[in-house]
Structure formats: structure tokens, C-alpha cells
Design a protein around this ligand. Structure first.
Ligand code: RP5
Length: 181
């Protein structure tokens, strides 16, 4: 059921839960309930043409799967992992402890504490195990950060990021001009 839901939610984005090409970015999350937020990261990667995969991997409910995903990611050709979780969000940190790949954590607002619990769980990593943490529910920025990281060794991708920044700037300028007229 989860796989079917994943597929239908990602279909509109042009993302697939399992891709034919080797994914460069792995998007993982603790629960299918994180998907409405985490699909924003997939949307950005699709927009930039970055092959990626989307998986449900829970640190608490499927710890063995989390271990095997994190330990095999590098050999599978994954270059960056984006990990989203809510509540006591251990997924990004645990994955970062098991792989040398960069991990971007997305705190998901999922509990009575409005995501602050998740934010602090992800950002307050102990020395030696870094997780790049974006704002609560901001999977868009996780996708953009992954593109920038990959862009360091990929001139085409970096050029597309510059274009994206220009487009964003133009968009704001147009709106500002409209307000003045
Ligand atoms: C976390 O618990 C998940 O990442 C999710 O954000 C939260 C709630 O999960 P569900 O109870 O909705 O499956 O592990």
C-alpha cells in the first residue's frame, strides 16, 4: 500500500520511487505521512534533472532496513542522502553515522511540539557526525542544497542553479514592479 501511494504521489512530479538510471540522491523518510512534505525535495531534483529515489526507511520501526540502506548507499552510486523525519527524529543522524556521504536532514512537523522536537533532534548532532539541517518542513531547500552540493563537481548543474537564482530574482522584481504600478 505504501509503495502504491508513493508511486501515485510522485507520478505527478515525474519522480519514481525506483528509477531505471542510477540515483544520485536518496530521499528517505521515517513514514509515508512525511511524503506530502518530502515530495518537495523530489520535485526540485526532477526540475534540475537529477536522478533520485524515494524510500520509506524508519529509524525506529525498521532499524535493520535503515542500517542496510545507509551501509549500501555509497556502493549503489548514491552521492547525497536527504532524510526527513518528525518527532524524535533519529533517522538523519543515524544514517550519517553509518555512511561517509553528506546527509541533509529535514525536520518534519508531525507532533504536538510543531516540529521543534524534530528540528532539535536533527540539528543538535554530537561533534563528529554532521547533518546539514534545513528549516522545519522545508524539503524544497534540502533539494536545492543537494543540487548545489552536486554542482561542485558538475558545471552544467551549477549553471542551472545560477539560472534558477536569476529566475527567482526576476520573479521578485516583477512582483515588486507590479506593486508600484
Ligand atoms: C516519525 O514519526 C516519522 O518520520 C513521522 O514524521 C512521525 C509520525 O509517523 P506516523 O505515525 O505518521 O507513521 O518516525
Amino acid at each position: 500500500i505504501v509503495e502504491a501511494q508513493l508511486k501515485s504521489m510522485l507520478k505527478e512530479e515525474g519522480s519514481e520511487s525506483r528509477t531505471a538510471v542510477t540515483p544520485r540522491v536518496g530521499i528517505i523518510m521515517g513514514s509515508d505521512s512525511d511524503l506530502p512534505i518530502m515530495k518537495d525535495a523530489a520535485r526540485i531534483l526532477t526540475m534540475f534533472g537529477v536522478p533520485h529515489e524515494v524510500r520509506i526507511v524508519s529509524a525506529h520501526r525498521t532499524p535493520e532496513m535503515m542500517f542496510s540502506y545507509a551501509l549500501s548507499a555509497q556502493d549503489q552510486g548514491i552521492q547525497i542522502i536527504i532524510a526527513g523525519a518528525g518527532g524524535a527524529a533519529h533517522l538523519p543522524g543515524m544514517v550519517a553515522s553509518l555512511t561517509p556521504l553528506p546527509v541533509i536532514g529535514v525536520p518534519v512537523r508531525a507532533s504536538a511540539l510543531d516540529g521543534m522536537d524534530s528540528l532539535l533532534s536533527i540539528v543538535q548532532m554530537p561533534r563528529g557526525v554532521p547533518v546539514a539541517t534545513v528549516a522545519i518542513n522545508n524539503a524544497t531547500n534540502a533539494g536545492l542544497l543537494a543540487v548545489r552540493m552536486l554542482g561542485v563537481g558538475d558545471a552544467d548543474l551549477l549553471a542551472r542553479m545560477s539560472q534558477y537564482q536569476e529566475d527567482t530574482r526576476d520573479d521578485v522584481m516583477k512582483k515588486a514592479e507590479k506593486l508600484q504600478t
